[in-house]
Structures are given as C-alpha cells and as structure tokens.
Design a protein around this ligand. Structure first.
Ligand code: SAM
Length: 490
C-alpha cells in the first residue's frame, strides 16, 4: 500500500503551525493556569535545562505524601477489558453492582469470550510507568484458611446455570453483604449506544460534549457515519486499540473548535460584524488544539520501539508497516468524522504525532476492582458468619476463578504527569491508594523532596541493570544521565 496523504501536502503550512513547539512563555502560561484550576499550587511546570519541561516542587514534600492527582485529557479502557469490568466511560469508576459485575463477566464467558489475564494491553510500549499491581495478593494464611485462592491453578472453572447468571445481572439475585459495596447506577449513553456507560448524568454529558457525540454508534447517529465508525472501530480492535484514543483526540479537537466558533460567531453578531469568522477559523483550530500542542511528541512510526522479533535489518520495513497501518486507520476515521474546517487534523503527520504522543507519555490506566474487595471482605468475616456467607458466595468465586480480581485496565494521557521527567532513582511514583477508585493518575513521593527540587518518576523498572535500563530508555529517545546512571556507567 502506498502512503500518500493528500491532506499532508495541501495543508502543509497549517500542519507545521499545529506541530510547532509552543514558546516557553506559552507553555508557562498554559501550565500555570492548569495548575491553578486544578488547585495544585505546590507544583510548577517549567522548561529548565536540556530535558524540556519538568515538574518542580513549590514546597517541601514529606516521604509518602500525595504530590498530584491528575485528571486525564484523554483515556480509554482496553477493548478486551470491557467484558471483565463495567466502568464509567468518562471517569472509569466501577458502576452497577457487585452482582452485575460478576454476572456480566460470567455471561460473556458463557458466550465464549475469554477473560483477560493481567494487562490486556496489546502494545506494552504505550505506557511507561505502570500503575500498581491490580490484584492485592492474599496472605498465605488467608489462602490456607479459606481456600479463597486455592483454585488459582484450576483450569476448569465452575459453570453456573444461565438463569443464575441472568438473575445476577437483572438484580433478582442479591449476594450477602454486597450492600457494603454499593456502586453508582448505570447511566446509558445519551446517543443510545451500547458501548459506553456512565456513573452519572454529568459524566455522560461531559463525555458526549468532549468527544463521544462524534464517535457514538447509537441510534441517534446517521446511518452512513455509523457504518463508517463501525469499520474504523473493527479495524482498531483488530490491530491496535490506541487508534480509538487517537480518534478521541481528533473528535474532541473538532468539537472544541465548533464550540469556539459558535461563541466567536455570537461575539461577531453582537459587534454587528459579519465577515470575521473565516479569517480566524484557523486560529480557533489552534486554540482548540492547544492542550495537545503542549505535549511532547514525535511521529509514531519513528518512536515506536522495535519488537524483540524484528531485527535491525528489518527496521525500515517494520517502520513503514506501522506508518501504513496508521494511514489505513486514518482513512477509516476520515470517512466517519471528516470536518472540512478541521481538515489538517486528518493529515497523517498529525495522526502519527498524536499516536507518538501516547507512545512517549501515556500511563497505564488502572482502577482496582470492588469485586476483589468484596471477596476479600467475605474472607475476613468472623466465624461463623464467614462460613454461612461463604456457602452462598463460594460457587460464584469458583465460577470466576483467578479472574475474580481483574481490575479496569486501559491507557491514558495525563497533562501534568506527562511533564514529569525520568530518573533511575526517582523521588516519586505512580501509586494508587485504596481510596483512589477512578481513572486519575496518582503520584506519591518516595522520599522527602525539597522546595525547588524536580519531581521525577521512573518510566521503566529502575532496579534493572544499567545496560538494560539504557536500552529501554533509548525507546524514549534519550540517554539517562541521572546520578545512578553516572555512578553505574561502565
Ligand atoms: C513524558 S515526557 C517528559 C516531559 C518532557 N520533558 C517534555 O518536555 O514534555 C518524556 C520525554 O522527556 C525527555 N526526558 C525525560 N526524562 C529525561 C531524562 N532523564 N533525560 C533526558 N531526557 C528526558 C525525553 O525526551 C522523553 O522522551
């Protein structure tokens, strides 16, 4: 397949303007404002030294202190994880009920869908700092005592009758103690699609307004767009679900542009001017694109790491294949949501940079499962209550097997966390506490951090030997010169 994207040549100047690095002052103003809005006054994002932007402490942080809870700019649950966990498509909180979570998962399994194990991420390289392990391990005592994990190695799970599974899902079967783990009710997509669900009207509206109204496949969408979207989504699911995230960026920029344009037209009307709109259309698009313009990015096919099974002599053809894959995906997305005013967004150059931005910045999206909490709670009940409850819940645990603890997994771009540079002896880490039950990134200190010090995280396993660390960091395009590397350099 030939990669010839007409939009790239037709809109070369606009694309260059969209991809131009913002001035240090523009960066400073944007992040000062963002940190103020997020009430993160103890942090500062600055462009210092040769590592580009970095995050700096504005106060002393004690060891173990929360540094940042960062709301994602764009994120998605992995497609394969959607059958395991029902979560809000906007904030990624678990929704429904313990019974619905269990029933839904068993229902999909009964249809032949195999549960995901651990990280369902097709491309591990999309995230650079893993969240905490999804499942908290039970202690040896708990294991021996109750057998709660004794089926860990069992290949065959208990098969429950369909009517039992259905009654879990429709609310007729209520499990003991599940009232202690109430979850928000499921709110349907305003466009009537079956794919997205929410924890509240406000999440449903926010998602609709920011990106979903263009990407929804519900009954309210016109047929031709729905069919085109279906082809785009099928291609993404069959190749790489990172394209779904890229579609959210394009869609949210178009919608933001439209809303800016609407306000601009209103302003013009008030000023009784009639012809100012076209002239400023591109500046409105630049404005809508601003949050993305702030992120560090390179072309996807240039920064993606070579898989282990691709030798260096096949590198060029591998990178060309990745470019072709992106082009194919872009063509499918263009058929579905093209907007002439925003044409430069449909260039391969922009699409490649957006996916490259995920490659270099994204963090795993991880939300612990309340179903795991539920079974741990039952395991911890005192005798004889535990035996009574366990008699009822045991078949469900045996039907779920190891998968009772699968968490919500996905990938997301966080605007402030993504400004954090790497160190092999970091002073902070992505770490979700028990109370962090949504998709926000949570960064906690690992030691005391003084005022003015840079806050760093590790993009890789920092306990690896020097050579392995450097090899992994080469995929991010830099040689680490942190103190640990300087000391360990042979
Ligand atoms: C997630 S971004 C971090 C923020 C970035 N400095 C910026 O300007 O947006 C990752 C990129 O920052 C740079 N970077 C991060 N840590 C670094 C380090 N220890 N040494 C050199 N460059 C680093 C690399 O270019 C890397 O690909």
């Amino acid at each position: 397949m030939e990669v010839d994207c007409a939009i790239d040549s037709e809109y070369a100047d606009e694309i260059a303007a969209l991809l131009a690095p913002p001035s240090p002052q523009a960066v400073q103003d944007y992040f000062d404002q963002l940190l103020r809005t997020r009430k993160c006054c103890s942090l500062k994002v600055e462009h210092r030294g040769q590592q580009g932007k970095g995050v700096y402490a504005n106060k002393v942080f004690e060891e173990g202190e929360l540094v940042l809870k960062d709301q994602m700019l764009v994120g998605a649950q992995h497609s394969s994880n959607k059958m395991d966990c029902l979560v809000c498509s906007h904030c990624f909180r678990f929704i429904g009920s313990i019974e619905l979570q269990i029933g839904r998962k068993l229902y999909f399994e009964s249809l032949g869908f195999v549960a995901t194990e651990g990280n369902s991420h097709r491309n591990q390289a999309f995230s650079h700092a893993s969240g905490e392990s999804c499942s908290r391990e039970m202690s040896e005592d708990e294991d021996k005592d109750t057998g709660a994990c004794s089926d860990t190695d069992m290949k065959d799970k208990l098969i429950l009758p369909n009517d039992v599974i259905e009654s879990l899902m429709d609310g007729h079967l209520v499990l003991p103690c599940s009232e202690k783990f109430t979850l928000p009710s499921v709110i349907s997509c305003p466009g009537g699609c079956e794919e997205e669900h929410y924890c509240s009207i406000s999440c449903a509206e926010a998602d609709w307004e920011t990106s979903h109204s263009l990407l929804c496949m519900g009954v309210k969408q016109d047929d031709s767009r729905r069919n085109a979207l279906l082809k785009f989504i099928e291609h993404s699911n069959g190749t790489n679900d990172i394209f779904l995230l890229a579609a959210k960026v394009i869609s949210s920029t178009i919608l933001k542009y439209k809303s800016l344009k609407l306000s601009h037209v209103e302003d013009q009307k008030q000023l009784k001017k009639s012809n100012g709109v076209d002239q400023s259309s591109f500046s409105l698009l630049l404005d809508a694109w601003k949050p993305i313009s702030m992120a560090f990015k390179r072309r996807w096919w240039e920064c993606i790491s070579l898989p282990d099974d691709v030798g260096s002599k096949n590198e060029t053809s591998f990178r060309m294949q990745i470019k072709e894959l992106a082009f194919k995906s872009l063509q499918l997305l263009k058929k579905a949501i093209f907007d002439k005013d925003c044409a430069p967004l449909f260039s391969l150059e922009i699409y490649g940079h957006v996916i490259g931005m995920f490659e270099l910045n994204n963090l795993d999206l991880v939300v612990a499962s309340p179903v795991e909490d539920y079974f741990i709670f039952i395991d911890d009940l005192p005798h004889p209550e535990k035996e009574e409850v366990d008699r009822i819940t045991r078949p469900f645990l045996d039907a779920l097997g190891d998968d009772y603890s699968i968490c919500c997994q996905g990938t997301a771009f966080f605007p402030i966390q993504s400004c954090m540079n790497h160190s092999c002896s970091p002073n902070a880490k992505a770490f979700k506490r028990d109370e962090d039950r949504d998709g926000q990134a949570v960064i906690t200190t690992m030691r005391l951090i003084s005022e003015g010090e840079e806050i760093t995280i590790s993009y890789i396993d920092e306990d690896l030997p020097y050579e392995e660390r450097q090899a992994l960091l080469a995929d991010y395009g830099f040689v680490c010169k942190c103190q640990k590397c300087v000391v360990e350099e042979p």
